[in-house]
Design a protein around this ligand. Structure first.
Ligand SMILES: C[S@@+](CC[C@H](N)C(=O)[O-])C[C@H]1O[C@@H](n2cnc3c(N)ncnc32)[C@H](O)[C@@H]1O
Length: 210
């Protein structure tokens, strides 16, 4: 299991030990004294942490999150991290994300296309500790490579790859190998793990910027 920063705890919910962060509830998750359960079934990053992947959150100060959707996972990230830039290109989930950000003064929603980092490079810092990506669209490796510029030295990528977004007919392992090979252009992969059964045909990847 990864070492957890102070802002993430293991707590009991309904008789089970689960990850939790401290903040306003967002998606109907159980709470306990200000702590909110981080549902790994609804969050690929939550599943990566629960799965014991080699994630280093000791310097999770500044974060760029690509594919923020309605804020399920990025809300947990903003609960324990510093400035958290949340990129989402679909207007509907962005409306929900704006509500989530109301209660979090370190969460900055950006209605932008993650394939076009030039359009937000004037807003986002360039020495971030973490790049979290869950865009579930074709070209997931290219998005991660093109956004590596926002990571500082030794910055870390936490990526969820959805096989079917790249090719619905191909064997998922073949897709994962191909995406990971493209990632090496900008990253050194330190861990990879399937996220089944909580997220079918998804691979979690942890990598350091080269
Ligand atoms: C699987 S959902 C993300 C779920 C979210 N990460 C969570 O755990 O709460 C993928 C999201 O990525 C967004 N997305 C896909 N391609 C994108 C792009 N090029 N730029 C920005 N957002 C994108 C989609 O609109 C969708 O909301």
């Amino acid at each position: 299991m990864s070492d957890l920063p102070d802002g993430i705890q293991r707590r009991e919910f309904d008789g089970q030990t689960r990850l939790a962060t401290r903040g306003d509830p967002v998606y109907g998750e159980p709470t306990d004294g200000g702590w909110r359960c981080w549902d790994a079934g609804r969050s690929k990053l939550g599943a990566m942490l629960e799965g014991g992947m080699g994630i280093d959150l000791s310097s999770g100060e500044g974060v760029l999150y690509l594919g923020a959707a309605s804020g399920t996972t990025v809300s947990h990230v903003a609960d324990f991290a510093g400035p958290t830039y949340a990129v989402e290109f679909a207007p509907r989930p962005m409306a929900d994300l704006l509500d989530v950000a109301e209660a979090r003064n370190n969460l900055f929603p950006l209605l932008k296309d993650a394939r076009k980092p030039d359009t937000y490079s004037h807003v986002v810092e360039s020495d971030l500790d973490l790049l979290v990506q869950d865009v579930a669209t074709r070209g997931q490796a290219r998005v991660a490579v093109d956004n590596a510029r926002f990571l500082g030295d030794n910055g870390q990528l936490l990526l969820a790859i959805k096989a079917r977004s790249e090719d619905v007919t191909a064997d998922p392992e073949t897709v994962f190998d191909s995406v990971c090979a493209e990632l090496t252009e900008a990253y050194k992969i330190t861990d990879r793990q399937r996220l089944d059964p909580s997220h079918d045909d998804h691979l979690g990847v942890v990598a350091r910027k080269r």
